[in-house]
Write a protein that binds this ligand. Structure first.
Ligand SMILES: [Zn+2]
Length: 374
């Protein structure tokens, strides 16, 4: 992880580079910002630059002994603290219990959220915390001599998940910081951090990513076409994590798109037998996906309604969806849009209530026959 690997965030990069060059590295910084904007990769690139023994103007060298160790995140002066889940034994755990998973997870892709990390630990529904026991680890690690007489960097990911005992020990360290030690706290909910800790750190807000940076990264990292990358970037609300999720979701989206198009055609042509088969296909999908499909339908109805107003900048659709809309949009108008939306939310409520899905979706398709003619 180098500065050159960071998506966007020029301002933050320049600030970090300048701090190192001018030799005024704050001993504790708090990087705040929403998920998916690159706070963790930024912190790692900054740590690498601090520790590099042959720094360039704008980035670490990549060749010195320090950089070589950073390539695998095994530099002895680079420490990580992050939320973890208890293992089967039920005993308190510390970050290092998961260090090999953590390293390979970041090295594979440093843009992720807590839910992805939970998945990686195989604990989707568990509570991840930085346990009280972690504080002994922090103290122990920082009492070690730095390996090459340089800085020690402690990156704390999501300090808002820290047990209060651990937070209080951390506070002591921040009050009397060990020499040549840099704390980098990375938070998505700074309001949940002890006020006393906040006041001991220098806060830096990391902003949402701009669309053009995301577009560029999607093209170079995932080989997306310009237009597709732009569409995904617009849907991602400044988060690269969201952008990646959108790409991964696109397989389900393709199926949803086909189902939506089929339903509209069949209802319009009043092909009852095929509509029955269609509802059986949707009924076989499972509840969660049925709910996602209904949300997808709501989005499509909304987009098609807006399509009629010819306001390109208000429309969020893929090229394929847009093609379909060029013919379909006139069928969604002020006379039926509310009716269709109501039917969709009713279907959603019925899915929640475990009503027979074949009935829900067949019923919905029948109502579309009437609504589409309005
Ligand atoms: Zn280097």
């Amino acid at each position: 992880m180098f500065f050159k690997d960071i998506i966007g965030q020029e301002e933050a990069k320049q600030k970090f580079i300048l701090e190192v060059k001018e030799g005024r590295i704050p001993h504790a910084q708090l990087l705040c910002g929403p998920e998916g904007v690159g706070k963790l990769p930024l912190a790692i690139a900054y740590a690498r630059y601090i520790c590099c023994t042959d720094k360039g103007e704008n980035d670490a060298c990549g060749k010195c002994p320090s950089c070589i160790k950073f390539n695998k995140l095994v530099h002895p002066d680079l420490h990580f603290v992050y939320p973890v889940v208890k293992k089967k034994s039920g005993k308190d755990v510390v970050s290092d219990d998961y260090i090999s998973e953590w390293r390979s997870f970041i090295l594979a892709n440093p843009y992720f959220g807590l839910s992805h990390w939970l998945n990686e630990m195989g604990a989707e529904n568990a509570q991840a915390l930085i346990y009280a026991k972690e504080s002994d680890e922090i103290v122990r690690k920082l009492s070690l001599k730095s390996s090459e007489g340089g800085y020690k960097v402690m990156i704390i990911w999501l300090p808002e998940k820290m047990h209060v005992v651990c937070a209080n020990k951390l506070l002591k360290l921040l009050e009397e910081p060990p020499e040549k030690t840099v704390f980098l706290l990375i938070s998505e909910a700074p309001e949940l951090i002890l006020q006393t800790i906040l006041s001991r750190t220098q806060r830096l807000n990391i902003r949402k990513l701009d669309e053009s940076s995301i577009t560029e990264a999607l093209q170079s990292k995932f080989g997306l076409q310009q237009q597709d990358a732009e569409n995904v970037a617009r849907l991602s609300n400044g988060s690269f994590v969201k952008a990646m999720e959108t790409i991964h979701l696109s397989e389900d989206n393709k199926l949803f798109f086909e189902l939506f198009v089929n339903l509209m055609r069949l209802s319009y042509q009043r092909k009852l037998r095929e509509m029955k088969l269609w509802s059986e296909q949707v009924a076989a999908m499972g509840r969660e996906r049925q709910k996602n499909f209904l949300e997808y339908c709501q989005r499509m109805i909304r987009e098609n309604f807006i399509y009629n107003f010819r306001q390109r900048d208000l429309i969020y659709m893929s090229n394929e969806e847009m093609n379909f809309s060029s013919r379909f949009a006139p069928f969604v108008n002020e006379r039926n849009v509310m009716g269709i939306m109501n039917e969709l939310s009713e279907a959603q409520a019925h899915v929640e209530q475990n009503v027979n899905p074949k009935m829900i979706f067949f019923d919905f398709s029948l109502k579309m026959i009437v609504l589409l003619k309005q």
